[in-house]
Design a protein. Structure first.
Lengths: 287, 757, 161
């Protein structure tokens, strides 16, 4: 499992990096932490002509929190998110989800941008992006564009990112402190990709009913997705056991999970219902 | 044995650790020879077909490529890999050629070897080889193989390579006589899944040819270097004396490593062909695709007992999916699964047919507890199904049928065509069951059966087992008194990472009555002894250790004889003490002073009777009905292993084996699709246990019944830990959810499906 | 390409192809063979080394990315005269058998306890879950790391003082 031959460049600006990608006619690939890309190369499932390493580009590794929400630079690592105490209140759902990503040593290298670009249907951050209406910033030869997460993930390992574009950051909209939320994931072993996962939150309206509920799921479809029909079941109701069960049942009904070596579709559907139920049941207890 | 030292029985810290903990081990990929080239193997991506065209032109001209070797370069006939232990002429047609020759029969079968200046260039060149294969329909399961619609070996006319028949008493007569209500008959099917040892070090070899001496040296040997040398010498056309296999540090064995694989011919061949050293390090994908697979068996068994639970007979059929070829130890698991089906229990009438069916999957061999893990799963599940139906407590059912101390030695069933009948040597099986129940607090925990506590169902399971060890026939050792007074011990046993070096030093130091620091162990490599037998079947401590004791006795005789001359006394009057020789009148000569006399002694140990360790395991599980997740809340293992040489090394063997067994039970599965493609070719898909999965294991070892079959009293202990795990866990899950699992692995999806049929 | 970094306190400069992984560079170019490669796709942890203070998989890093980096391998946390407290605890608890995964586990434990000298047993298990050991069943490894923790706590206290 030796990597195929390729060239290597480590530009210092986004513009330079994009120019290198553009000049390659789609045969170059950006390299951030390499935790998904290098295994792909090791199995020779891809043979890029050039790897454009982002490690020397300044400004891509910052976590900024302001009125517009949480801004994660593309080269922010999982361990940076874990270590940032502000996120416990600024975005507790993100902080909780990231603890499920891979293992200690992978979290020291794996990046936000890499995970989004890789777009594994069972990965955590794409699920959070979808659940939270996140917005990605992409930079290409013709400049900068913003893409909502909903329009970014197109299928398994497939995104709206053009071959000559880079992800520079993702923004998660602001998080009201009273928001109720839960994150639940189930994998064969700790750190494995999820058999199913749920990122759920809702706010309470003046009557104490659920409003603005968001339920994002991973591992049960060809991409992370929001279950709007299940959210509709929850919205406007008092979040009690009945409401939660009804929401979970709807969630299981509307997904179309894969049948694979780790579980049957029937199982995954039921598992999803369990996780939705547990995510919502745990939600009110947390600040 | 002696009273001066007593290293044996002590938790002596391992000698190996001083190098391994500091990154100073020497595994095969750590070796670098001058002028060394690197090999990569082109493997079939088609499970069954005929090679129509093989064009290596483009690969050969890639800069850095030294050679491409195919069947054409090896010449006619392409050598095949024989059975290592008992030759069986019926199986010869199913032997694996060292490189695909006309036909391919599994995904991963070697088609060509590229040798290049670097491993990366060799892999680049693989992509330039054009292969055209006319596909044939694949057989992936025993049912399709048995139908013989697609034949792997047309010339034999069948995919059924061999059927073992295991007989004790007359099972058919017992069933025929069971005509009244007093009797109970139950027929069930069970199956275990294909998985394998998955050592952390992949395989690797370096071949080096010395054209001047006409001598071939192969680094990376393991387990059975002498047997492998014999095979290689014959295949490559050299006398054994012109071939040496060298064993360094070895990253795990578990029955898989060190058997003769195609590369064990191909790499030395390439080195000789090119007259340059050639290194090949298997990658992880190749490892999962080409190392011996194991454990894929299904059964259809019928049990006859009285309504009080007294077992009268078992009969039926076990099918082994043994993959595309009969490899060097392919017969062991299909034999063991039937021969040792009865385990520690009294089953007076047995008739089991055990088949070896060839399929278009990776060939199989042994993995720790071969045939025993699978057979114990079948048996213990069958027992619980029967006990449950008869309303008998599972413990009472086992107690009624366990062989008692007074019945020892007890004969097992006879297996043909090898006509072998084994006999259980000694032990008190009821005692280990009782101790297991007590340590586990069975009486209290059994009350949890089926209870839903904080959202999870709880259950308990128990099983008893035997572990055959000390497989003969022979082992050799040599001791040499060195000039500094230290003793070099050469032993034919192989070290596969199990801590045997330390165990051998303990035994040798006690036998010679010298401090451990004076002993140096040399093992495995064919350069040390004229013959050695290796490490398999939990034999190294029993056979190698006993050979060391014999060598020590002989060396002491040689030292006494030499000392008697110096001390002017009779040989028998020389007293050996702490590395000194004393005469009755008090004169002393140090061993160091005798070293100039070139003192050495050989030792050998012959034994055709195996040892049988035994014990009982119990498990408490909690099942989450929402996810199908099973937590092993408590796991207790009690085992009697005869004489314990090093209790910490022993515990390491048992705990490690149990966790492997839990992997076998819950996680590990080499999944093929119906077209014969392996779907689990990485460690992201082939799931091994991690540090977080099974932290609750309690082990209790005892040495109440030393084996009468060797001077140490030791029994094999490397495999016992894994043998009962599948059955015990399946029964604990059945106790929790009220449905008996009949297939492994018990993945969350499977467990949930059992609860939601 | 040329790349210069510091390994176990020694500055080195090597000529490598861009496709050479850090693991292969350490093992085959620098001949520091204590770091082992068990899977080459980031799943087993045997190749774990410390780069700029972080325990990382050297099979998932390109050597050319290591310009100016400070790297520590198992050789760098070993002494000639005696085992370190971490190594001694591994020996005492029989926390290794074949020893192939051991360098990666030692490095991971060393990085963790240096960073978090008060890591709980759960945290230690969680972190070690990224390394595969096929021999020991992990129980003695966790015991050894827990025992070695005290030495790191002492070190952290003296560094703070």
């Amino acid at each position: 499992m030796k990597l195929p031959r390729f060239e290597y460049a480590s530009p210092t600006t986004v513009q330079e990096a994009v120019a290198l990608l553009a000049a390659s006619n789609g045969t170059a690939k950006p390299l951030a932490g390499g935790q998904s890309l290098v295994p792909i190369l090791a199995f020779r499932l891809a043979a890029p002509s050039l790897l454009v390493d982002l490690r020397r580009i300044a400004g891509l590794d910052t976590i900024a929190i302001d009125d517009a929400g949480v801004h994660l630079g593309a080269r922010v690592r999982w361990c940076d998110i874990e270590a940032d105490a502000r996120l416990a209140t600024a975005h507790p759902l993100l902080a909780a989800a990231v603890t499920h990503v891979a293992h200690y040593a992978i979290r020291k290298r794996g990046t936000v941008g890499g995970s989004l670009a890789h777009a594994d249907p069972a990965a955590e951050l794409p699920g959070i992006a979808i659940a939270c209406d996140a917005e990605l910033t992409l930079v290409g030869p013709s400049g900068r564009r913003s893409v909502p997460a909903e329009a970014f993930f197109l299928g398994p390992l497939t995104t709206a990112l053009a071959p000559d574009e880079l992800i520079t950051q993702i923004r998660l909209p602001p998080w009201p402190s009273a928001r109720r939320w839960g994150f639940q994931e189930f994998a064969r072993r700790r750190g494995d990709f999820a058999l199913a996962g749920v990122a759920a939150f809702y706010d309470l309206d003046s009557a104490g009913h659920a409003a603005n509920s968001h339920i994002g799921v991973i591992g049960v479809d060809d991409r992370p997705r929001r279950l709007t029909a299940a959210e509709a079941v929850l919205n406007g109701r008092t979040v009690d056991a009945n409401a939660i069960t009804a929401t979970a049942e709807m969630a299981a009904r509307i997904v179309d999970p894969p049948d694979d070596i780790h579980g049957t579709a029937r199982y995954r559907r039921a598992l999803l219902a369990t996780l939705v139920e547990r995510a919502l049941t745990g939600a009110p207890a947390k600040a | 044995m002696n009273v001066v030292n007593s290293y044996v029985g002590q938790p002596i810290e391992r000698i190996e650790d001083l190098r391994l903990l500091r990154g100073r081990g020497q595994f095969v990929d750590d070796l670098h020879l001058d002028g060394m080239l690197h090999a990569a193997v082109l493997r079939s991506s088609i499970p069954h077909g005929r090679i129509i065209r093989l064009d290596t032109t483009a690969a050969r001209v890639l800069p850095g490529v030294a050679a491409v070797i195919t069947a054409a370069e090896i010449g006619d006939p392409v050598p095949t890999i024989p059975l290592r232990l008992v030759p069986m002429s019926d199986l010869v047609p199913y032997e694996q050629p060292v490189i695909a020759n006309g036909k391919v029969r599994y995904v991963g079968e070697p088609i060509a070897v590229v040798v290049a200046e670097s491993a990366a260039i060799a892999e680049d060149a693989l992509e330039l080889i054009a292969v055209e294969i006319e596909t044939l329909p694949p057989c992936v399961d025993t049912r399709s193989a048995a139908a013989n619609q697609s034949l792997l070996f047309e010339e034999t006319g069948t995919n059924l390579a061999l059927t073992y028949t295991t007989v004790l008493g007359d099972a058919d007569a017992a069933f025929a006589a069971a005509t009244t209500d007093e009797y109970y008959i139950r027929r069930e099917r069970f199956d275990t899944q294909r998985h394998t040892a998955t050592t952390m070090e992949t395989r690797g070899l370096i071949g080096a040819w010395d054209s001047e001496r006409q001598h071939l040296t192969v680094y990376g040997a393991a387990k059975v270097p002498f047997a492998s040398r014999g095979m290689l010498a014959k295949q490559i056309g050299l006398p054994e004396s012109a071939v040496d296999l060298i064993e360094g540090d070895v990253g795990g064995g578990f029955g898989m490593r060190g058997e003769f694989y195609p590369e064990d011919f191909l790499i030395p061949f390439a080195a000789r062909h090119l007259d340059r050293p050639v290194k090949w390090i298997e990658d992880r994908r190749e490892h999962l695709l080409t190392c011996n697979h194991a454990r894929e068996f299904d059964c259809d068994l019928e049990l006859l007992c009285r309504r009080d639970g007294t077992i009268l007979a078992v009969r039926g059929r076990i099918n082994g999916n043994i993959g595309a070829y009969i490899r060097s130890n392919a017969t062991i698991a299909p034999r063991n699964i039937a021969q040792f089906f009865s385990g520690p229990y009294r089953i007076p009438n047995i008739h089991i047919e055990s088949t070896m069916l060839v399929t278009n999957k990776t060939p199989t061999g042994t993995y720790r507890g071969p045939g025993r893990f699978e057979g114990d799963f079948f048996r213990e599940c069958l027992f619980d199904v029967v006990a449950d139906d008869l309303g008998i407590d599972p413990v009472a059912f086992r107690r009624r049928n366990l062989i008692t101390r007074d019945e020892m030695p007890a004969k097992l069933a006879t297996i043909t065509p090898v006509r072998q009948q084994e006999e259980l040597d000694c032990g008190d099986y009821l005692q280990t069951l009782d101790r297991c129940l007590a340590e586990f607090h069975w009486v209290d925990k059994a009350k949890l059966k089926g209870r839903l506590i904080e959202g999870r169902y709880h259950g308990v399971g128990i099983g008893c087992f035997i572990e055959g060890g000390g497989v003969g026939p022979r082992e050799n050792a040599r001791m040499v008194l060195e000039s500094d007074g230290s003793i070099a011990v050469y032993v034919g046993s192989a070290i596969v990472g199990q801590g045997l070096e330390t165990v051998c030093v303990q035994i040798a130091a006690d036998a010679l009555e010298v401090p451990m620091e004076r002993i140096r162990i040399f093992h495995g490599s064919t350069t040390y002894l004229h013959a050695g037998f290796g490490s398999f079947g939990s034999r190294s401590t029993v056979m190698g250790g006993s050979a060391i004791i014999d060598a020590a006795e002989n060396l002491k005789k040689a030292i006494r004889t030499a000392a008697a001359l110096r001390l002017n006394c009779a040989v028998d009057d020389v007293l050996l003490e702490a590395g000194m020789a004393k005469s009755p009148d008090g004169n002393v000569v140090g061993w160091t002073d005798l070293a100039s006399e070139n003192l050495r002694a050989d030792g050998t140990f012959f034994c055709d009777r195996r040892t049988y360790g035994y014990g009982a395991h119990a498990a408490h599980v909690a099942v989450d009905p929402g996810t199908g997740h099973v937590e092993v809340v408590d796991y207790v293992a009690v085992g009697d292993v005869g004489r314990i040489i090093n209790p910490m090394a022993l515990r390491g063997q048992i705990v490690g084996a149990i966790v492997q067994g839990l992997g076998s039970t819950f996680l590990e599965h080499l999944v093929y699709d119906e077209d014969g493609q392996l779907l689990t070719g990485s460690l992201a898909d082939y799931l091994l246990p991690t540090a977080i999965d099974y932290p609750n294991i309690r082990v209790f070892d005892q040495e109440e019944y030393p084996s009468p079959n060797n001077p140490l009293g030791a029994k094999g202990a490397g495999e016992g830990g894994i043998i009962p795990v599948g059955g015990v866990i399946a029964n604990a899950i059945a106790s929790a959810i009220g449905v008996q699992p009949k297939s492994l692995p018990l993945s969350p999806s499977r467990v949930w499906e059992l609860m939601n049929p | 390409m040329n790349v210069a970094f510091d390994i176990n306190g020694q500055p080195v400069e090597v000529q490598v192809e861009p496709r050479t992984t850090l693991a292969d560079c350490i093992r085959h170019d620098l001949r520091l063979t204590g770091t082992h490669v068990g899977c080459a796709h980031g799943t087993c942890g045997a190749c774990t080394v410390i780069v700029d203070g972080d325990a990382v998989r050297s099979c998932l890093i390109l050597a050319v990315q290591m310009q100016h980096a400070k790297i520590v391998t198992v050789e760098g946390i070993s002494n000639d005269d005696a085992l370190t407290p971490l190594q001694a605890a591994f020996r005492k608890h029989f926390a290794l058998q074949c020893g192939f995964c051991t360098p990666g586990i030692l490095i991971t434990a060393h990085a963790l306890l240096t960073e978090e000298p008060n890591a709980s047993e759960d945290r230690i298990r969680d972190v070690l879950s990224g390394s595969i050991c096929r021999c020991t069943g992990y129980i003695p490894i966790v015991q050894a790391v827990l025992e070695a923790r005290a030495a790191y706590q002492v070190q952290a206290r003296s560094a703070a003082a």
